[in-house]
Ligand binder design. Structure first.
Ligand SMILES: [Zn+2]
Ligand SMILES: [Zn+2]
Length: 566
């Protein structure tokens, strides 16, 4: 379980207390604790109760809550509030512009208890009539609701994966590990998850009835009785509404079921032996997943590539490329320091990379037009370069590359003169503002930046933020072609909130001969390891170590940049 989950629960608890009318002043202790947890360098799971208590800003009462969450997945005070307050009201907390005060007006004075009610009130213009709301606020809430409506109860992969661990930890207390298999979106490593799926195999020690009872009694789950069946328990996570499905299929078809729930629709729709894979698996009983591969005479496909994109090519050639692994990465590009909007100093970032075993860091703070992110004016570029020279002396076995995340301006130009651009070892070109564009405009703007001889890499290609905003529309085919033609590397931005380039385009990029780089876009040293989420995305598209830029050694990278400059 990650510290994030503990912080998340305390944050939700404070918000619910505020809804209940608690004085916000009294809730400050919780906010200090959340901040303290965010900054922790150790895993709370590894600390004892007395050690947690001693952390500044945490204290006994909060330490006890953390301890209880470790045991039960949730602490009872939060569980009680979640039981008491309607789920729809809890969801309202996530809506932009709705604080506790406003939600209370809706809930206690106007009987709003569901998001659907709120949506309807926007649609028939009655929300605007409530005192303190008005037309403008109604329009903003409506817009936010529409976007969130399609995303309710969905989580980023990184977040959902943590919840799947809580679920597995709970199951493991009664069922032996070997009888538990995670399937579904988590096993396929999809960027966004709306359901946790787990298979449990009953055995001589534990039967279905006992498992169902055990799940019914779980503190952090709510059962959905209507959706449960003979072979499946369904419900949701109390804290966030994430759906949970525990399957207990008959022994003779466990293989069929696990395969069915570890592949995407496009994969299952493939016709094999006159029927779709889906039909075969529904009709035929396979005891083990491997029996399915034998039946179709397939090679053993990793679950993340069973998506109907890259795998048929591998099946045909009877060879799966050796997919990229986290351990193949030898260095890091795309990280920010206190020179722009990062939390850690340049040296702290260097030391963090060394500690993680990396050979190099390509630092890329924001460029001058990113004023909101404290982007570097020319003078500060120069002082950063001086500091880089000093650090190179201090850490002679480590490569520190001079990079910049240059804004692509509205007309497609990069936001420094060539004279400055040529002082960097490499340039990541990204769009951060003027996001509202037609597909034609966005494509033209990006291609112009790709054609700039100083551009080494394209940063977060579509500008999307998962579950928050779609990217600008882009003719990705043309963008990939331009990168191939101009020898520009495309980054897979590994931030769990972006994961951009989308994996659905990775295969296409590889086909065109484009090299990809797994970049964490870290704004603090603690998120450098998020490259693992980018590796997931690369693997989904069939990415190998050879086609990944940051699997090269520091020396090779230095030579690459040197040659490129020529
Ligand atoms: Zn950026
Ligand atoms: Zn960045």
């Amino acid at each position: 379980m990650k510290n994030k989950i503990f912080a998340q629960q305390i944050k939700q608890y404070a918000a619910l207390l505020e809804l209940k009318g608690e004085n916000p002043f009294k809730l400050r202790a919780y906010h200090f604790a959340i901040e303290a947890i965010d900054k922790l360098e150790v895993d709370l799971m590894d600390l004892s109760l007395s050690e947690i208590e001693k952390i500044s800003s945490i204290g006994k009462a909060i330490a006890l809550k953390i301890e209880e969450t470790k045991q039960n997945g949730i602490f009872h005070q939060l569980k009680n509030l979640l039981d008491e307050i309607p789920a729809g009201v809890v969801e309202m907390l996530a809506i932009n512009g709705l604080g506790a005060k406003k939600i209370n007006i809706l809930w206690k004075e106007n009987n709003f208890t569901t998001i659907t009610q709120l949506l309807e009130a926007c649609e028939n213009n009655s929300l605007a009539q409530i005192k303190g709301f008005g037309e403008k606020m109604q329009a903003n809430i409506y817009q936010d609701l529409l976007f969130k409506k399609s995303n309710f109860s969905k989580l980023f992969f990184a977040h959902a994966e943590e919840y799947s661990k809580i679920l597995i930890d709970y199951l493991k207390q009664t069922i032996d590990n070997q009888y538990i298999t995670i399937t579904g979106q988590i096993r396929r490593k999809l960027e966004v998850v709306d359901c946790l799926q787990v298979f449990v195999e009953t055995n001589e020690n534990i039967d279905k009835k006992t498992i169902v009872k055990y799940l019914d009694d779980c503190n952090f789950l709510i059962k959905n009785i209507k959706e449960c069946g003979v072979f499946v328990w369904r419900g949701e996570m109390k804290e966030n509404g994430l759906k949970v499905e525990i399957k207990m299929p008959p022994k003779e078809r466990i293989g069929s079921e696990i395969y069915l729930h570890s592949a995407g629709e496009k994969h299952l729709a493939k016709i094999e032996k006159n029927k779709t894979i889906l039909e075969h698996l529904t009709e035929e009983n396979f005891k083990q997943e491997n029996d399915v591969f034998d039946f179709f005479q397939y090679i053993n496909l990793p679950p993340e590539i069973r998506e109907g994109y890259a795998e048929w090519q591998y099946i045909e050639s009877k060879k799966i490329p050796k997919l990229l692994e986290v351990k193949d990465l030898k260095g890091i590009f795309h990280a920010h320091s206190t020179y722009s909007d990062g939390k850690n100093t340049l040296e702290e970032m260097v030391v963090a990379c060394i500690d993680l075993g990396y050979e190099y860091l390509g630092i890329t703070d924001h460029s001058q037009s990113a004023f909101y992110a404290n982007g570097l004016q020319v003078g500060r570029v120069k002082s950063q370069h001086q500091e880089i020279e000093t650090l190179r002396q201090k850490y002679p076995n480590f490569y520190l590359f001079k990079g910049i995340e240059a804004d692509i301006l509205y007309d497609g130009k990069l936001d420094y003169e060539d004279e400055i651009l040529k002082t960097f070892d490499f340039v990541i070109a990204s769009i951060h503002s003027g996001l509202k564009m037609s597909e034609e405009k966005a494509t033209e703007r990006i291609i112009k930046a790709i054609e700039n001889p100083y551009t080494t890499m394209l940063g977060h290609a579509t500008g999307r933020v998962l579950l928050r905003r779609n990217g600008y529309p882009l003719n990705m085919k043309k963008v990939i072609e331009a990168c191939a033609k101009n020898n520009v590397i495309i980054e897979i931005n590994a931030s769990p909130y972006r994961l951009d380039l989308d994996w659905r385009w990775v295969h296409e990029a590889l086909d065109k001969g484009v090299i990809l780089s797994i970049n964490p876009d870290s704004h603090e040293k603690n998120t450098i390891q998020e490259v693992k989420y980018g590796v997931n995305i690369g693997r989904k598209g069939g990415l190998t170590a050879e086609k990944t830029f940051n699997t090269k050694t520091g020396k090779e990278i230095a030579e690459y940049f040197e040659n490129r400059k020529k």
